[in-house]
Design a protein around this ligand. Structure first.
Ligand code: SIN
Ligand code: FE2
Length: 214
């Protein structure tokens, strides 16, 4: 058997927990259309640092597209139909992103996933995201689809209690991670991004998290 022949088929999906699947390189063949679709989104709704309910500046800069966008301010965390910067609805979810998220969810075993919210996170080298649960959505039966672009990250994937030990998952450019079902409320976070320059995205990591929020 010649190993390099097998490699032609690309890395295989990896099941990381009962309802969690890593799809290495799943977004590779749509990267350029995806970046083309994100440019006008980010012109209309630029990255910004939101305030935590406690009044701190979030380290991660963010934007959104979709009918709902995740926001944070002194009143707490929630989904909003409008961008607080512009007062306008968030830009529409690009078709290429809807399609990619639906295919990734389906490949991971979650059929008919139609997200209405895409959180766009921007990490510089040194930026981290502390352990948290995603619990601002209405229906926890819906999975989460997370697309990584640019610099690599180490994703911490914990249990249903904050104190449980975490697995470390390498998330590279174009990897897609899908989690749902009994894993939907697992704690997760991102270690500080290591300094580096990605050949396509430069000195940054961008993460797209698609959810059915409403
Ligand atoms: C998130 O939990 O909202 C983002 C996770 C990531 O950046 O990989
Ligand atoms: Fe999260």
């Amino acid at each position: 058997m010649i190993q390099s022949d097998l490699d032609l088929f690309g890395p295989q999906p990896q099941r990381l927990a009962s309802h969690t699947v890593l799809l290495p390189g799943f977004a590779l063949d749509v990267i350029e259309p995806l970046l083309d679709a994100l440019r006008p989104v980010l012109r209309a709704a630029p990255f910004r640092h939101m305030q935590t309910p406690g009044g701190l500046n979030m380290a991660v800069a963010l934007s959104n597209c979709g009918t709902l966008g995740w926001v944070s301010d002194a009143r707490g965390y929630r989904y909003s139909p409008t961008d607080p910067l512009s007062g306008q609805p968030w830009p529409a979810l690009p078709e290429v992103l809807l399609d990619l998220a639906g295919r990734a969810a389906g490949t991971a075993g979650f059929d008919a996933f139609v997200p209405d919210a895409c959180l766009i996170n921007h990490y510089l080298p040194g930026t981290r995201l502390s352990l948290h649960q995603d619990r601002d959505e209405k229906d926890f039966a819906q999975p989460i689809v997370s697309i990584s672009l640019g610099l690599p990250a180490v994703f911490l994937f914990g249990g249903l209690q904050r104190a449980e030990r975490t697995q470390r998952i390498a998330l590279n450019h174009a990897d897609v991670l899908v989690w749902g079902g009994e894993d939907r409320l697992r704690f997760h976070g991102v270690l500080p991004i290591k300094p580096g320059v990605h050949p396509r995205l430069g000195e940054r990591r961008i993460n797209l998290t698609l959810r059915k929020a409403g």
